[in-house]
Write a protein that binds this ligand. Sequence first.
Ligand SMILES: Cc1cc2nc3c(=O)[nH]c(=O)nc-3n(C[C@H](O)[C@H](O)[C@H](O)COP(=O)(O)OP(=O)(O)OC[C@H]3O[C@@H](n4cnc5c(N)ncnc54)[C@H](O)[C@@H]3O)c2cc1C
Length: 325
Amino acid sequence: MNAFEWVAPKTTEQVSEAARAQGAVLKAGGVDLLDRLKNNLEAPSRVVSLQALKGLGGIAGDAKAGLELGALVTLAQLAGDARVRAAAPKLAEACWHVATPQVRNMATLGGNLAQRTHCWYFRSEHDVCRRKGGSTCFAQRGDNEHHALFGNGVCASVHASTVAPMLLALEAVLTVENGKSSRQLRLEDFFVPPEKDLSRENVLQPGDVITRVRVPPSRAKTGYLKQTAKESFDWPLAVAAVAVELDGATCKRAAVVLGAAAPVPLRARAAEAALVGKPFGPDSIREAAKAAVQGASPLSGNGYRVPVFEVVVRRALEQALEAKS
Ligand SMILES: Cc1cc2nc3c(=O)[nH]c(=O)nc-3n(C[C@H](O)[C@H](O)[C@H](O)COP(=O)(O)OP(=O)(O)OC[C@H]3O[C@@H](n4cnc5c(N)ncnc54)[C@H](O)[C@@H]3O)c2cc1C
């Protein structure tokens, strides 16, 4: 790891200013960033810690008003908070399923959304893949069991966040500040697919700081499932997050979001279309689960995950069907 300057400003404005310098990088919990530095993926000249910022740590709101989550709230806090568990139980569950208690105690919400892919070729300093300016996606012909089933033509990495799919299903909105300016950004518009820009996984610009995540109030019934190969902490084979709003027994809005499926968390639009306007029950759920994997383009080592996704989507929708609210 290289030597770098360490700064811990007390205001968002100062953070933005410090982070706009060439070679500067933000650090929240540091779980992802420190891995990247230790793996020699980056050599920043300055690390800007967010930990001295006041006001980025709170959880506010309830089921009626929606939730306001500070970007520095840890995944452990989100998983255990009574207001989050009441207003967005599947969000709390998604946070609880991340990694280990030690990681969840350090990992923050903002850092989780902005973490970089865990593709093992990207993480290896010896493999100069397309995301690092090379001309090859090594996963496309290499060891690709954990790689993308959709949208893998340019880069076959999957987005690492397993919390983002649930936040997307709940239509979360980020507040992003940069110096004196502040903007609202739908999480849906946050992620950048490799066909658009290989050098980034989200739209954040130098000096941008995610300060809050708003989860609007929702009457949707929700479901969430993260399927792993082993039961203790593990990266996922398949993630499904769903939110279904009903008018009587009929589905009037559906969000079906796949995680670990593509370089960005993926809305399964065909699955949503299979639900909307139909009675929400076993038949439409089965159709939606089938539709969710339409268009998959598996690689040599990950085709077995296509039926896994179908089952995971079906079970997440069944959770929603059984949910009280
Ligand atoms: C063993 C293990 C298993 C894991 N399993 C999972 C899993 O199943 N699901 C999952 O989702 N994750 C998993 N992770 C990843 C972990 O959740 C992330 O590394 C963590 O959430 C990152 O949060 P952080 O606060 O530590 O981010 P940091 O490492 O501090 O930052 C990550 C990135 O986000 C940027 N950033 C941080 N905060 C902000 C902000 N407020 N505004 C703008 N940019 C910001 C930083 O500049 C940096 O580039 C696992 C990690 C480990 C070690």
